[in-house]
Design a protein around this ligand. Structure first.
Ligand code: DLL
Length: 444
């Protein structure tokens, strides 16, 4: 018997991944994979084939990557209309897993994976963890929900592929999360940023400080969060907070990830082909310009997605990252084209409210935006939690704080909103995606 543990095959060297491919090699690989996936979707997905035929397109219409712009978009309703299995491109016996995203109304959207697709996803997640400096020997506590949501199993397989130790705790049961973090010496936590904030708070109540634990990194995503929120989390938790992006339709988490420079998310371009389009006209936009992110899966065969309109607003960063990765970055996603609400004729995104209120001291990043309508007039109230000390302060001080927050938000969105300060722990906490907007406006 050998006395030493042999090197395992999952010993992982990030520099040998496609993250660092020469640009011309990367583009050639993308084109070859684009051709294969378009041909595969055309042959096996009737919905896609029909849309191509309507536009006089065949797989041969794709000569260069630019030709992709001729192909039709896929949108969320295509998944809904073909529920549950209508966009599957392989026979059921090759599909080893399905996931589904809950959605707010009606049936979920269903996504599928072959064994190879699962391996590709694990690869993307492994590279995501490596990008923020995690490695074999690290203990990763995975508090994304396991189940139909892609967060839990996506992060799980990636962490295992990295060779790290996974704690598959799933979301919820916050006291146990904190106990495990302490007892197991967790080095990294995976969950939504809003849930981690809740953990920090709960740990305080339990007489523990997350700051004193060996946890050094958070892999946070699944919901929009701002740089102000990052600063807040990093200070309170004494960790580095990294942004991870993904969506069920494309694979789940691991489409894009920040590296240690925390300046934009690297898209794993050998696996996912990004485009930015003008959300109104659908025309492609050049690197650097902000628009809607459209993604094509290059290596996903159970359910290929061709030009999927994510509704997420960002831009592709034109310059090279200091980390040396050649795969391009997108700016972090602050908003979706469909989470915008219009109030008194002004377009507002929840993230703008978050930025405004976190510019003011003594507020907590727990807030909710409530929209109501009286006599045809829209009202917006932002409910903001303040620290316990602030809440017990004199009324005049509370009033001054409230006004400061109103002014800070007005500076960003150009309209006055009503702010209501509420006691700590009154805004509902989420163990997954936070619900920021409550729209109680009824059609009159
Ligand atoms: O949220 C997958 C995921 C799990 C990503 C864990 C990251 C970590 P869905 O439930 O399908 O999948 O939701 C996808 O969530 O289109 C974005 O609008 C939003 N989203 C995801 N990550 C981020 C992020 C998962 N880092 C939708 N920043 C996406 C902003 C995000 N929005």
């Amino acid at each position: 018997m050998p006395s030493q543990t042999p090197e395992t095959p999952c010993e992982f060297n990030p520099v040998s991944t496609p993250d660092y491919l020469q640009e011309d090699q990367l583009r050639a690989l993308q084109l070859q994979r684009l051709r294969t996936i378009i041909a595969h979707a055309y042959e096996n997905v009737e919905h896609f084939r029909n849309r191509c035929k309507e536009n006089n397109l065949t797989p041969d219409s794709l000569k260069t990557a630019r030709d992709l712009a001729k192909f039709p978009f896929t949108v969320k309703t295509d998944l809904r209309d073909t529920y549950p299995f209508g966009l599957f491109a392989t026979s059921m016996k090759d599909i080893v897993r399905v996931h589904a995203s809950s959605g707010t109304t009606g049936k979920p959207i269903v996504v599928a994976y072959t064994q190879d697709d699962i391996n590709v996803w694990a690869n993307a997640m492994m590279r995501s963890f490596a990008a923020c400096g995690l490695h074999r020997g690290d203990i990763i506590q995975n508090a994304y929900g396991y189940g139909l949501f892609t967060g839990g199993l996506g992060a799980h397989y990636g962490a295992e592929a990295l060779g790290a130790t996974v704690i598959p705790v799933s979301g919820g049961n916050t006291d146990r999360q904190i106990m495990l973090m302490k007892d197991f010496g967790t080095n990294a936590i995976c969950c939504t940023p809003s849930y981690f904030l809740h953990m920090i708070e709960r740990a305080d109540e339990m007489g523990l400080s997350i700051k004193d634990l060996p946890i050094r990194a958070g892999v946070f995503g699944a919901e929009p969060w701002t740089d102000s929120m990052r600063k807040h989390i990093e200070e309170l938790g004494n960790i580095k907070a990294y942004d991870i992006y993904g969506l069920s339709e494309i694979v789940g988490p691991g489409v894009g990830m920040e590296c240690v420079h925390q300046d934009g998310l690297h898209i794993f371009e050998d696996l996912f082909y990004p485009e930015i389009i003008d959300p109104e006209s659908g025309e492609p936009l050049p690197d650097g310009e902000e628009g809607e992110l459209v993604l094509t899966t290059l290596c996903k065969f159970a359910m290929p997605m061709i030009r999927y309109r994510t509704r997420d607003i960002t831009s592709i960063m034109p310059d090279r990252c200091a980390c040396g990765r050649t795969i391009r970055r997108i700016r972090r996603i602050g908003r979706r084209s469909d989470d915008m609400f219009i109030i008194r004729g002004v377009n507002v995104f929840p993230s703008q409210i978050e930025t405004g209120l976190l510019n003011v001291e003594n507020t907590l990043p727990h807030y909710q935006i409530v929209l109501t309508r009286t006599k045809g007039l829209d009202n917006i109230e932002v409910q903001v939690e303040v620290t316990a000390e602030t809440f017990s302060d004199r009324i005049s001080e509370m009033e001054a704080l409230r006004k400061r927050i109103e002014t800070a938000i007005e500076k960003i969105i150009n309209i006055r909103v009503a702010v209501r300060l509420v006691e700590p722990n009154t805004i509902p906490r989420s163990e997954g995606k936070a619900k920021r907007l409550i729209d109680n406006r009824k059609e009159e």
